[in-house]
Design a protein around this ligand. Structure first.
Ligand code: CA
Length: 239
């Protein structure tokens, strides 16, 4: 990933991820949402959609139920398991009450039946954002690393006037290191607890990831002050 400060800076535009495989609907949604001032990315499969939800950290996900590789319910459940807070609105042609309930059981926040009015969809998105603002004001989860304030709910790290977005995995790594502050956390434990994958002696996932995270967090990545390497063992977080 070659993120620059410009694209890491938290913009004022809300980000909407559209997971939908019908090009006409994607085009219509993109036009309408961009016109409303949202930033839009679209993916045509559940797998690509989930990857984008983790990497791009959207503020809201619009999710089609009938995707070529998976059904939207499962995509929604997976998304919820990884990120409990991102609002999800299900878009579907199915109008039956049972589908609606199943979608809400899978963790969706709202439901729109095709063909839907774009104005109504935008009103629902805005309603969700207003609700979020109210919730955030009472339940912020923040912690400090050095001079950075990490906001786990907003997925941001802020220092003075600088604010950067944190991806799902970046936040999870920081949360785990922080829980075990001043203690060494092994690469294997990071792999298992954050990525949910079995450790392998050849895996460079964690090390490569820490390099990128330091680029964001450390003033001097060559001489890190916060995320320290414990040679042969793993990493630890210090202030
Ligand atoms: Ca579809």
């Amino acid at each position: 990933m070659s993120g620059t400060d410009a694209d890491e800076a938290e913009g004022s535009k809300k980000r909407i991820l559209v997971i939908e495989d019908e090009p006409d609907i994607v085009r219509g949604l993109r036009d309408a949402l961009e016109f409303e001032g949202f930033e839009v990315q679209a993916r045509g499969t559940g797998t690509e959609g989930l990857a984008a939800a983790m990497d791009w950290t959207p503020d809201c996900v619009l999710l089609d139920l009938m995707l070529p590789d998976d059904n939207g319910y499962r995509v929604c459940e997976t998304l919820r398991a990884r990120d409990a807070t991102v609002p999800v609105i299900i878009l579907t042609a199915k109008a039956q009450e049972s589908d609606k309930i199943r979608g809400l059981d899978a963790g969706a926040d709202d439901y729109v039946t095709k063909p839907f009015s774009v104005a109504e969809l935008i009103a629902r998105i805005n309603a969700i954002f207003r609700r979020q603002v109210r919730m955030a004001s009472t339940a912020d989860e923040t912690f400090a690393i050095g001079e950075w304030t990490i906001n786990a709910r907003k997925h941001t790290m802020a220092k003075g006037r600088t604010s950067k977005r944190l991806t799902f995995y970046e936040l999870e790594v920081l949360k785990l290191l922080r829980e075990r502050k001043e203690e060494t956390v092994s690469r294997d434990e990071l792999l298992e607890k954050v990525w949910g994958i079995q450790p392998s002696p050849t895996s460079r996932t964690v090390d490569n990831f820490i390099v990128k995270l330091r680029r964001k967090l450390e003033e001097d990545q060559k001489n890190p002050r916060h995320i320290l390497t414990v040679y042969g063992l793993g990493y630890k977080l210090v202030h």
